[in-house]
Design a protein around this ligand. Structure first.
Ligand SMILES: *[C@@H]1O[C@H](CO)[C@@H](O)[C@H](O)[C@H]1NC(C)=O
Ligand SMILES: *[C@@H]1O[C@H](CO)[C@@H](O)[C@H](O)[C@H]1NC(C)=O
Ligand SMILES: *[C@@H]1O[C@H](CO)[C@@H](O)[C@H](O)[C@H]1NC(C)=O
Ligand SMILES: *[C@@H]1O[C@H](CO)[C@@H](O)[C@H](O)[C@H]1NC(C)=O
Ligand SMILES: *[C@@H]1O[C@H](CO)[C@@H](O)[C@H](O)[C@H]1NC(C)=O
Ligand SMILES: *[C@@H]1O[C@H](CO)[C@@H](O)[C@H](O)[C@H]1NC(C)=O
Length: 369
């Protein structure tokens, strides 16, 4: 009987540990020592809810039908369900990585998500309405200070060097000038403009390296000329993608892999993975049925041609919008963002794709290295 009581109390103890697990992880960080943390930077492809907490006049996703598939409530993710970093966290046996600005979020030992819908590498990109990459870097430096205070220098350094730093950035820098007919388009050549974006990204990578980061994951830019909202900028009747943006995207993708290769040969211990989102998204858009989808060009949620008018949820000025019956049939959920089902295929490629499509490492190898 005594034995049974003992077993029961152990059991109850475990249950209560389970119930207060977030608190436990805070104070008894035994689990994180076996996992590489994940720090996430960039734009709406990766934003898990930071924009809920800012004056994001150009983009929020904290209303229905965002989140309808997986979470069953709107989290602020620009998707019906999970994003690429959510799948990556799952494959790496981490919990969902919380947004930095979520109130009460003090659990940094698994990583943090700094991404903000609409953000770019240039401060000018939707300035005042997003957390730009520079500010995301400042937040990260703050987190690294907090980690040093909590864990001590040696352990914080180990955590930061084992962690993976995942970025989705650039698309907004190239789309924004076209969306706003900004004079930037006429002041800079394609080369000058792309090199500013690449220069800013490079600077951020170097500063993270100085703080202790070593492993970087970069999706290349997708064929953004063909996302539904940019198709709406093509004169009606022409069944085409928005070609003026293509030279920027092509040059960016060439230059970002050059920069990463160069950093790997110049910086001790620097490793990277390029995730070829461009090829896979192009394939999904043009041959949806090969990948199990029915529709690759028209979004599930929105209005107008290709449902390219950003009206999903009816909270952005346009109140009438269409929502498809079966989101699994679509590559795009809203006018600018893939569905969870498409993201899952991108995440699987990033995690375990052949090194020929992922740079020197895939993400699995980065996490395990
Ligand atoms: C957000 O917008 C509100 C209303 O326009 C304004 O009062 C507030 O100061 C803004 N907050 C920030 C941080 O800009
Ligand atoms: C730095 O992080 C701490 C702990 O999360 C927070 O209280 C503080 O406001 C942050 N400071 C800045 C400048 O973000
Ligand atoms: C964009 O701006 C340029 C120069 O400021 C102007 O000539 C052009 O008409 C504008 N285009 C549109 C579509 O508004
Ligand atoms: C970053 O971009 C800004 C424009 O937003 C530019 O003035 C600056 O020179 C860039 N920095 C680097 C290192 O390229
Ligand atoms: C894209 O499609 C081409 C042609 O079918 C194929 O060879 C390639 O493996 C595909 N790549 C990805 C990442 O899906
Ligand atoms: C939704 O679409 C997917 C993919 O085409 C299909 O497998 C599934 O059966 C559909 N669900 C319903 C309820 O029709």
């Amino acid at each position: 009987m005594a034995k049974l009581n003992f077993c029961l109390s152990i059991f109850v103890f475990c249950i209560s540990l389970f119930n207060i697990q977030t608190k436990c992880f805070d104070e008894r960080p035994w689990l994180y020592k076996h996992h590489a943390a994940l720090f996430i930077f960039g734009d709406s492809l990766f934003d898990a809810g930071n924009n809920n907490y800012i004056n994001a006049t150009i983009g929020k996703a904290n209303f229905w039908p965002y989140g309808e598939t997986f979470f069953h409530y709107p989290t602020g993710r620009f998707c019906d369900g999970r994003l690429v970093p959510d799948f990556i966290a799952e494959y790496a046996k981490l919990p969902f990585i919380p947004p930095y600005l979520q109130p009460g979020n003090k659990l940094f030992t698994y990583g943090v998500n700094f991404a903000s819908g609409g953000a770019g590498a240039l401060v000018e990109t939707w300035e005042g309405s997003v957390i730009d990459l520079q500010t995301q870097l400042e937040y990260f430096k703050n987190v690294s200070r907090v980690l040093r205070e909590e864990l001590g220098d040696a352990e914080a350094k180990a955590l930061l060097s084992r962690a993976v730093y995942l970025f989705s950035v650039g698309s907004n820098d190239y789309a924004f000038p076209f969306q706003t007919n900004s004079s930037l388009l006429y002041t800079y050549s394609v080369e000058q403009y792309v090199m500013q974006v690449i220069g800013n990204i490079t600077q951020v990578i170097k500063e993270i390296y100085e703080v202790g980061g070593r492993k970087f994951g970069f999706p290349n830019l997708g064929p953004i000329e063909c996302v539904p909202f940019l198709r709406t900028m093509v004169p009606a009747g022409e069944n085409k993608c928005f070609e003026p943006i293509t030279p920027y995207v092509e040059l960016h993708n060439i230059e970002i892999s050059k920069v990463l290769r160069k950093l790997q040969s110049n910086l001790n211990g620097f490793k990277y993975s390029i995730l070829d989102f461009h090829t896979l998204l192009e394939n999904l858009t043009n041959h949806p049925s090969k990948y199990g989808f029915k529709e690759g060009k028209v979004a599930c949620c929105g209005s107008g041609p290709y449902r390219g008018i950003m009206s999903c949820g009816g909270r952005t000025g346009v109140t009438e919008y269409y929502l498809c019956d079966n989101v699994s049939e679509y590559v795009f959920f809203d006018s600018a963002h893939p569905t969870e089902r498409a993201y899952k295929q991108l995440a699987q490629l990033a995690w375990s794709g052949e090194p020929s499509v992922t740079g020197s490492y895939n993400l699995k190898a980065l996490f395990e290295s």
